[in-house]
Design a protein around this ligand. Structure first.
Ligand code: HEM
Length: 503
């Protein structure tokens, strides 16, 4: 038996574990949501568990989300929690390899590129790429044969991963990246991605080939972007692009300095890594649920028919502004993100002792809980997103909950106001800095996602383009695999499809 020493009463309760350093690594790693919710039942919303020597204090529920995501910079640091994972992959001087104030400026620069004007040019590009892919990829052979009676099959995640990287390359990353996609770029991305895993998070430096490949790929990819920037600057390539490289090349820091080339390159890599798996898995989960719920897929299709039919029965492309006004599409994506948030754990490192407010965890008889400097804190909005106290049929995929204005989802949101006391708008691609919400698939606070509206555009266009072409079927939606950084559907995840009559 473990030697049990008297616990410091100011510390939050600690989850019992048998093996000292290892702690709860196995239960957390295999199924974090189940682990966190069962600990919540036992210890309440705030508790600490051991993860390979790290002390992780969890704060759950909307108040827990607020406590961590709305925490003060002086207390909580994302860079101290993430830099060992991200810097070897993104490169120096961006994201978590610089002071937070610099990251905040970098996020503003990115937002300049993620403008509605640019988005208006992206919808057609995404649609083109998806159709092109369906017309050439072997998974869509029966679709290509134009046979409406023949069923085919595709792997939801493999197909979505390809469609996501192609569409992001065409839009955000720019034409030079898109035209290198089949050659160097895809291989470099794959090597870099092999260095962005839970193993890399736990052990920053191991003498493994995957770590060496990661480092080589980072350098090559960084040089590749610097090459693009130089060519554009020297006018060897035209400069009227609507991608993020173009936006970053025109920005200056508050101190008047332009972004150095290597920072632009590293921001582009960071965006690639931030957007690829998050969007591709969300797309895969969405198609899997649509395949398992043909009635919802049919309403999604009918929404397209009602809104975009040409007189001859064919469907015209939506504009970006129209894409934002489709309630079924919006609810389908929103509901998929509720159940399958790609990022299940958001972490910070404690820089200065942190007092847990009594509204979050009732103080013990010795006073309020304190989370000491050096601990990590962990928020998991995914847990509040499936909390049966907030959501009816919490674990069931039911997009209609978002369209029911008197329903539980709407009620949960009516309770929620932002930091200025304003009711938060949860419309398509809503952006709010409010941190106390039970629904935060894009995080909240200073580290909130900048890619949300792009993700909705990309996923919305991609999913409707697919659903316009084919019908989808699957017997059951696969279980989630938590062993990757991003929560992905386990194999097998083959979707059966058949070409639509009028596509
Ligand atoms: C941050 C989720 C797509 C770029 C975040 C965070 C979450 C998130 C939860 C907060 C992380 C934290 O607080 O530690 C998602 C989901 C996506 C998605 C669910 C798609 C469905 C994208 C895309 C991009 C992007 C497409 C780029 C175009 C970023 C950036 C940050 C971020 C730059 C800021 C990191 C920081 O400030 O520390 N995202 N994301 N994301 N995301 Fe996304």
């Amino acid at each position: 038996r473990q030697l049990i020493l008297p616990r410091d009463r100011s510390l939050p309760p600690e989850v019992f574990h048998w093996i000292p350093f290892f702690g709860s690594a196995a239960s957390y790693g295999n199924d974090p949501i189940n682990f966190l919710t069962s600990c919540q039942k036992k210890y309440g919303d705030v508790f600490t568990f051991i993860l390979l020597g790290r002390k992780m204090t969890v704060a759950l529920g909307s108040k827990g989300n607020n406590f961590i995501l709305g925490g003060k910079l002086a207390n909580l640091s994302a860079e101290d929690a993430y830099t060992h994972l991200t810097t070897p992959v993104f490169g120096k001087d961006v994201a978590y390899d610089c002071p937070n104030e610099k990251l905040m400026e970098q996020k503003k620069f990115i937002k300049v590129g993620l403008s509605a004007d640019n988005f208006r040019t992206y919808v057609g590009m995404v649609e083109d790429e998806v159709l092109d892919f369906m017309n050439r990829d072997p998974s869509f052979r029966t679709y290509q044969m134009n046979d409406i009676n023949e069923w085919g099959q595709f792997d939801a995640l493999t197909v979505l991963a390809e469609m996501t990287i192609l569409t992001a390359a065409r839009t955000l990353q720019g034409k030079e990246v898109r035209s290198s996609m089949d050659k160097t770029y895809a291989a470099l991305f794959s090597d870099l991605d092999g260095g962005f895993t839970p193993l890399n998070f736990m052990f920053p430096n191991l003498p493994l080939e995957s770590y060496r490949k990661r480092d080589r790929a980072q350098k090559k990819l960084s040089d590749f972007y610097v090459g693009i920037i130089n060519a554009r600057r020297e006018g060897r390539s035209n400069n009227d692009e609507t991608d993020i490289i173009a936006a970053l090349m025109t920005q200056t820091y508050r101190n008047g300095n332009a972004l150095p080339d290597h920072e632009i390159a590293h921001i582009m890599i960071a965006l690639l890594m931030a957007g690829q798996h998050t969007s591709s898995t969300t797309g895969a989960w969405t198609l899997l649920h649509l395949a398992a719920n043909p009635d919802v897929a049919e309403s999604l299709y009918q929404e397209q028919v009602t809104r975009f039919s040409n007189p001859d029965g064919s469907l015209r492309s939506p504009t970006y502004d129209e894409l934002r006004t489709l309630p079924v599409l919006d609810a389908v994506i929103r509901e998929t993100l509720r159940l399958h948030s790609p990022i299940h754990s958001i972490m910070r490192k404690v820089r200065a002792d942190l007092v847990v407010p009594p509204t979050l965890a009732a103080p013990s008889k010795d006073g309020q809980y304190i989370i000491p400097e050096g601990y990590f804190v962990l928020a998991s909005p995914t847990v509040s997103q499936v909390d049966p106290k907030i959501w009816y049929n919490a674990t069931q995929w039911d997009p209609s909950r978002w369209n029911d204005i008197d329903g539980e989802a709407a009620k949960a949101f009516k309770q929620y106001t932002d930091e200025n006391g304003e009711k938060v708008d949860y419309g398509f691609g809503a952006v709010s800095k409010g941190t106390e919400s039970p629904y935060q698939p894009f995080g909240a606070g200073r580290h909130r996602c900048v890619g949300e509206q792009f993700a909705y555009l990309q996923l919305g266009t991609l999913i409707t383009t697919v659903v316009r072409q084919i019908e989808l079927r699957i017997d059951a939606v696969p279980a989630p695999n938590f062993h990757t950084m991003i929560t992905m559907p386990k194999q097998p995840r083959m979707i059966n499809y058949r070409r639509r009559k009028f596509a």
